[in-house]
Ligand binder design. Structure first.
Ligand code: HPA
Length: 269
């Protein structure tokens, strides 16, 4: 796998993706951040050797390089999910390539259902822990050159980035919460009983992405910061009919606030 990672990274470097400070992954309805990346170099996933293709509406399928918050970033506008039929090695391949390009930290975002009864639609939740209910992406042979067989997961989300994000949000007057993100495979949204179950086992929000990417980044010792935008509520009495479009719309509504926080954080790297 390392050979494939190096080959793809070399290709991207030849296209101008050189020495990024940070990697960014933009979830459903959250691609607007890329309009603030200056001096952009853009490449479609279909033109990148060994990259999967983004099949989900609202996930553009482009890798973008440029300046954001005064730093060099590489941003995924659209990510890969298990429910698209990709294996975990494909879902997480771009994260490995970003590390090979030289990122010093990874910033992720997603749209998620809130199961914490105090949450409201539009809330920004800084992820401070997770529960992985999808296949672990590290199952299979381990390449010790990439990371250890048994990676520690006691500090999955970087505490200093969380602290800086809370301070930046306060300075910007943007309310944020913190909580535990639980990953399912999707593509179904949850039944009321499943939402209840996820709350009971300790989740604050549930979604179909992010955790495989976080595990892969931590395997390579890359510090991680992640946020969920709460786009619907999985709370008894507040559950409404949910569609991909309603999720996209709600995410787009909070996108700008999330972008401002991310920018401050990356500027402080
Ligand atoms: N469940 C799972 N994934 C989601 C949800 C949800 O309620 N909302 C947005 N992504």
């Amino acid at each position: 796998m390392l050979e494939k990672i190096v080959k793809t990274a070399d290709f991207l470097r030849s296209r101008g993706f050189s020495n990024p400070d940070a990697g960014i992954v933009l979830g459903t309805g959250l691609g607007g951040l890329t309009t603030e990346i200056e001096n952009q170099v853009e490449i479609a996933y279909r033109d990148i050797p060994d990259f999967p293709l983004s099949t989900v509406q609202g996930h553009a399928g482009k890798l973008i390089f440029g300046d954001f918050g005064g730093k060099k970033v590489v941003a995924m506008k659209g990510r890969f999910h298990y429910y698209e039929g990709y294996g975990s090695d494909q879902v997480t391949f771009p994260i490995r390539v970003m590390k090979e390009l030289g990122i010093r930290a990874l910033f992720l975002s997603n749209a998620a259902g809130g199961v914490n009864p105090s949450f409201r639609i539009g809330d920004i939740m800084i992820i401070n822990d997770h529960i992985c209910l999808v296949d672990n992406p590290l199952i299979g042979p381990n390449d010790d050159r990439i990371g250890p067989r048994f990676p520690d997961m006691s500090v999955p989300y970087d505490p200093s980035l969380i602290e800086k994000a809370e301070k930046a949000a306060a300075d910007l007057g943007i309310p944020v919460t913190k909580g535990v993100y639980l990953s399912t495979t999707g593509p179904t949204f949850e039944t009321p009983a499943e939402y209840r179950f996820f709350r009971i086992i300790g989740a604050d929000a549930v979604g179909m992405s992010t955790v495989p990417e976080v595990i892969t980044a931590r395997h390579m010792n890359v510090p991680v910061f992640a946020v969920s935008i709460i786009t619907d509520l999985g709370v008894t009495g507040k559950i409404e009919f949910t569609t991909h479009e309603s999720v996209q719309l709600a995410a787009e509504h909070s996108e700008e606030k999330m972008t401002r926080i991310m920018k401050e954080l990356i500027a402080a790297l």
